[in-house]
Design a binder for this molecule. Structure first.
Ligand code: C5P
Length: 300
């Protein structure tokens, strides 16, 4: 096989509860991930070395050096297999970069699945999940897709049933937010307020809303403990969230560590109208309608 292409979805967190800061610099989470239909494609072509190139919407914002998570994923897989394999990776980017939608994690997951196939390794899914967990907290979910709750630092996953399709609008903001800065701001705000940080708990009513496919209930239970920190760093996002609510969004939150704003719509038509209104009124520079849940990294 000389070339393999994998399609990988973005995610939104429908519940992101952040526990106290741990000694290892991470936070224990209850993180309900939901994969949505904005996809990066990762192509792996036969080569002597591991390289990466990026094409598409946000290409100029993606590092192509050792900071690229897809390169690190391919290297980790080769190391696991105990051989010095090569692959030219080409990432076709649709997921906002540093946008709180796991775009880098998606590319890492895509590289794992693509190189596993290209190199004929035939490693089972569980092995890929283990390598994924070492690469980053969100990479295992990018492999798994669907809807799932992540505990620990987010990498210990259990799948959650959903009773239908949910319709979303995503408004990416200019310039990303580095995830570590948002967690650091969250810690700073908590220190300032001196309030006790509760142990994160799964919201059972949100789980019920997911399983029954009740978009109205899901909209009312959306929560993100990183939102105050993201808004402190980017106050203008509050205006975008308000505009979405005014246009009938059932729920409006910052996606993960932001700065992308996520809006839950009533149905596909409402999502299209909401996206159009957000851009027409200038509340967002761009807006994408999408649906979830969708599968994780899949051979295209
Ligand atoms: O695991 P990953 O490399 O994606 O995490 C990026 C950063 O996000 C970490 O360095 C840490 O600052 C923060 N983080 C955290 N607690 C988590 C997950 C991520 O503090 N559970």
């Amino acid at each position: 096989m000389s070339s393999v292409t994998v399609r990988v979805p973005a995610k939104v967190n429908v519940q992101l509860s952040v526990g106290p800061l741990r000694e290892d610099g991470y936070h224990d989470l209850v993180n309900v991930f939901h994969a949505v239909s904005i996809f990066d494609r990762v192509e792996a072509k036969e080569s002597d070395a591991i390289t990466v190139a990026v094409e598409g919407k946000w290409a100029d914002q993606v590092p192509v050096d050792d900071g690229n998570l897809a390169i690190r994923a391919a290297r980790a897989l080769a190391k696991h297999a105990g051989r010095s394999y090569g692959a030219d990776l080409v990432i076709h980017k649709e997921i906002p970069v540093a946008g709180g939608m796991a775009g880098g994690s998606a590319d890492a997951a895509g590289a794992l699945v693509a190189c596993n196939e290209l190199w004929g390794l035939g490693l089972p899914f569980e092995d890929l999940m283990e390598i994924a967990g070492d690469l980053g907290s969100d990479v295992p979910f990018s492999l798994l897709g669907g809807t799932a709750v992540g505990t620990g630092r987010g990498e210990e996953l259990s799948e959650l049933p959903t009773g239908g399709t949910f319709h979303w609008v995503f408004a990416p903001a200019e310039g990303g937010l580095p995830t570590p800065s948002v967690y650091a701001e969250c810690d700073r705000l908590r220190k300032e307020s001196d309030a006790e940080v509760p142990w994160p708990e799964l919201n059972e009513r949100l789980i019920e809303a997911l399983s029954t496919g009740d978009a109205y209930a899901l909209g009312s239970y959306l929560s993100n403990d990183l939102q105050d920190a993201a808004l402190a760093l980017r106050p203008e996002l509050a205006t975008t969230l308000d505009a979405g609510r005014q246009h009938g969004a059932l729920g409006a939150i910052v996606s993960g560590s932001g700065p992308t704003c996520a809006f839950l719509a009533i149905d596909a038509t409402h999502a299209r109208d909401l996206a159009a209104s957000l851009t027409a009124t200038g509340a967002a520079t761009s807006a994408m309608a999408a649906h979830g849940p969708v599968p994780g990294a899949t051979l295209a």
